[in-house]
Ligand binder design. Structure first.
Ligand code: NAP
Ligand code: 8YV
Length: 325
């Protein structure tokens, strides 16, 4: 058994729990009768943390409790729940689970997008409620001739863009810079892209740098036929501005997988029948969650064996973050 001690705050998928327990001495905080007492006892020895995307941000006040901490292996590609800048400054590497979920999240995005445009969940309810017997389902909006605007043309954004091309859509994008190898038109401002597209898909990281990028001005620019799809993070959109734009029909509709305060979804959104709301399931298949879980384990295992982390995040590049012996 390795003398490397790892802490898990709350339950993770069995594959992760078993994998981490096989390569290190695992402490399961949620099983402790007295969590503070357990933390006080083990904190000086903890060198690894395995974590999922929780609701509380893991900042310096939490990470700083572990003086020997070397690695935080996080489940999910987004790591806005961890203060990676603080970790980098303190010699701690943070890893995430990129790429293995690109196709799944892009599939979910397209399912959500088609559901909103063609009102598929509403059509399903229409049949179940016997309303088809009285009248045909109303005609809907269409993907034909539509332009998709991708906010965040990264790993997942590009995977979504390729699906949009296959659907015959024109694709444009916005990010902090134009990408030379991207075959799509770049818009240097988000409002400019919103004016030029019909369906705006947000797929950036969350966190302070992207907070409320999609605001009242952007929604206004998207216009009364525009559709907003958020598969990024709830924080990327000003939720109050979105509710107002939807209520006043200043945009046509929205498809949301993420919210400002998950799992709380505002009543105003729930009551708007023309929206499609998902419970943060972008990567939610057994296949892909297993692949993500395996990468959490593989990052830790590789690190413990001295081969370094497999997928360190940009703020904690390896080996630059290596703590002096
Ligand atoms: P990625 O490869 O790093 O791509 C992120 C993109 O966002 C980049 O193209 C980047 O372009 C752009 N971006 C970053 N900061 C920006 C800013 N301030 N303004 C405008 N654009 C910005 O990440 P990924 O693997 O595609 O994942 C993206 C995000 O999707 C994750 O961080 C997570 O929040 C979300 N996600 C959600 C689910 C779900 O279940 N709903 C699942 C997986 C991921 P520039 O650098 O050119 O700006
Ligand atoms: C995960 C996600 O479900 O990867 C991400 O960034 O949002 C999802 O794939 C989530 O992070 C798990 O907590």
């Amino acid at each position: 058994m390795s003398d490397f001690e790892t802490l898990m705050f709350s339950p993770m998928p069995p594959l992760v729990v078993e994998g981490v327990a096989a390569c290190s001495r695992l402490h399961k905080l949620w099983e402790a009768a007295d969590r503070e007492a357990m933390l006080a006892e083990i904190a000086p020895r903890i060198r690894g943390i395995a974590t999922g995307g929780g609701h509380a941000t893991m900042g310096g006040e939490i990470l700083g409790r572990f003086p020997k901490l070397e690695i935080v292996s996080s489940f999910g590609v987004g790591y806005d729940h961890i203060d990676a800048t603080w970790a980098g400054k303190h010699g701690i590497v943070v890893t995430n689970t990129p790429d293995v979920l690109n196709d799944e999240v892009a599939d979910t995005t397209f399912g959500l997008l088609l559901s909103v445009v063609r009102q598929l969940p509403q059509a399903d309810r229409y049949v179940r409620e016997g309303r088809w017997l009285k009248a045909p389902f109303p005609l809907t909006a269409s993907l034909r001739g539509r332009t998709l605007g991708v906010l965040g043309l990264g790993r997942i954004g590009r995977t979504i863009a390729r699906r949009a091309e296959a659907f015959g859509m024109k694709v444009v994008y916005h990010g902090r810079r134009a990408q030379d190898d991207a075959p799509y038109l770049y818009y240097p401002t988000l409002a400019g892209m919103a004016r030029a597209c019909d369906i705006l898909v947000a797929i950036t990281p969350g966190g302070p740098a992207t907070k409320h990028l999609v605001n009242a001005e952007v929604l206004e620019a998207l216009g009364p036929n525009g559709i907003f799809i958020n598969v990024a993070r709830g924080s990327v959109c000003d939720q109050e501005a979105l509710i107002a734009a939807l209520r006043d029909r200043r945009i046509l509709s929205a498809g949301l997988d993420v919210y400002a305060d998950e799992p709380n979804v505002p009543r105003e959104l729930i009551e708007m029948e023309h929206l499609v709301l998902l419970p943060h399931v972008g990567s939610g298949t057994k296949h892909t969650r297993d692949a993500m879980g395996q990468l959490v384990v593989d990052n830790l295992r590789s690190f413990i064996s001295g081969r370094g982390p497999l997928t360190p995040v940009a703020e904690t590049p390896w080996p630059a973050t290596r703590r002096a012996p």
